[in-house]
Design a protein around this ligand. Sequence first.
Ligand SMILES: C[C@H](O)[C@H](O)[C@H]1CNC2=NC(N)=NC(=O)C2=N1
Length: 97
Amino acid sequence: MAVEQLSEEERDSWLRALPKWLSCRDGAAIERKFEFSDFSEAFSFMTRVAMIAETRDHHPEWFNVYNRVEITLTTHDAGGLSLRDVKMARKIDALLA
Ligand SMILES: C[C@H](O)[C@H](O)[C@H]1CNC2=NC(N)=NC(=O)C2=N1
C-alpha cells in the first residue's frame, strides 16, 4: 500500500505534539522507551499494542527485556516516517494515560 512519507516540516511539527517520542534513524523513525514494574506489566502493555497494530495493519519494531520495552515506529512501505506512525504513537501514549 502506498503511504506518503512526511516532509521534514511535517515531521517536526507532529513530533512537537509527541514529546516522549524521539526522532531516530536520520528522521526515518521515532522511538520511545517504557519501563514497567515487572515483566507481567510490560507484556500486558505489549499485548495491547499488538492488538492496535493488527487493527491498523501497522506494526512496531520493538525490544523487550523483563520490565523494559523499546518501541520504534517507521513505515516500511514509505521508507520512512508517515502519518501512520504518528497516529500509532498517539494510540500507544493513550494506553498509558
Ligand atoms: C501487507 C501489509 O499491509 C503491509 O506490509 C503493512 C504491515 N505492517 C506494517 N507496519 C509498518 N510499520 N510499516 C508498514 O509499512 C507495514 N505494512
